[in-house]
Design a protein around this ligand. Sequence first.
Ligand SMILES: NC(=O)C1=CN([C@@H]2O[C@H](COP(=O)(O)OP(=O)(O)OC[C@H]3O[C@@H](n4cnc5c(N)ncnc54)[C@H](O)[C@@H]3O)[C@@H](O)[C@H]2O)C=CC1
Ligand SMILES: N[C@@H](CC=O)C(=O)O
Length: 346
Amino acid sequence: MTEYKIALVGFGGVNRGFAQLVAERNAEWKNSLGFTVKIVGVTDLFLGSIVAKEGLDAKQLVALPVEKGAFAHLPGGKAEAFNEAVIKNSGADIIAEATFTNPVDGEPATTFCRWALESGIHVVTTNKGPIALHGAELKALARRNQVAFEYEGAVMSGTPVIRLAKQALAGANVQGFEGILNGTSNYVLSQMKDGLAFNDAVVQAQQLGYAEADPTADVEGFDVRLKVVILANELLNARLNVSDVACSGISNISAQDIAQASANGASWKLIGSADRAADGSVRASVEARLLPDSHPLAGIAGATNAVSFNTELLGAVTVSGPGAGRIETAFALLSDIVAIHTTHGK
Ligand SMILES: NC(=O)C1=CN([C@@H]2O[C@H](COP(=O)(O)OP(=O)(O)OC[C@H]3O[C@@H](n4cnc5c(N)ncnc54)[C@H](O)[C@@H]3O)[C@@H](O)[C@H]2O)C=CC1
Ligand SMILES: N[C@@H](CC=O)C(=O)O
């Protein structure tokens, strides 16, 4: 029976959600997935760090209070985040990277991924920055070191759109896509439709674990822009940079705009899209669009996301599912570990 030793980098909503899955389901995974997971290290800027090669009690980790330096209260724990030591020296086979997404340069998460890959350790991550901004370099580094770099949760949380489009739609010839790719902004627009003020809806999205550390990234479209770059580069063989994608958000949409749209049988949605032109070039954008209620994306409400792939052989293939959420995104990490088990498992 394979046992994967995992170190968690960042211990906010997503990796705590992953620890919860381990606490509740490890025994079940033994039978259903053919492996178990042992958490051998955790490091977090705010909480500190801890390493235990014999394995940490996942239930105890989940119950850790969200207090500065909290890991220092556990035997062997430290108040400081010794990220490099945890990544390189905890004995982990896999690093689960879930620190803040930095939409400008992808750091320091990109460095965390490099440290792991250079050390021959697999990486699973939900962080959009390293993939959108340094994806080609990190994938090459993973190949050179014969390890996996997996990031299904970076787009649409636990809804498996990247693997679906790359594997199940291989050969169908994806020509483009359009989608609702941010849970927070879609939640905010839905709540505003029900009468809540913009700022109150953003606070709710933060409390529910959907929003970025700085929710400006959600409501101004920067988060969707990273996801559009990731999907376009993965599926359309584009080489887009963030600066190639025109981007605007939803912060200028008023309650009155939403009510008026509703009265006219339409809804405002933040849409990320990309298309391959006849000359092979790829154009992409992020913008709020007014969709008639008959449009397949108009009825997608709350933190649910959906993406419609335009394929040559099947026409439109639309996938909908959770776009944010702690456990939902933790599931994406699990699905990445399943992929590693399939490709690299003993
Ligand atoms: N929450 C969600 O629904 C989804 C989140 N993501 C991405 O997953 C990642 C994690 O998300 P959450 O857990 O919700 O965020 P979070 O804000 O709850 O947790 C992030 C944790 O990382 C820690 N951290 C930040 N910088 C660090 C550093 N330099 N070294 C060590 N620790 C550091 C923070 O102290 C915090 O505890 C983010 O990149 C986010 O964009 C992706 C898909 C969905
Ligand atoms: N803040 C993001 C989280 C997932 O990427 C969102 O709301 O979609």
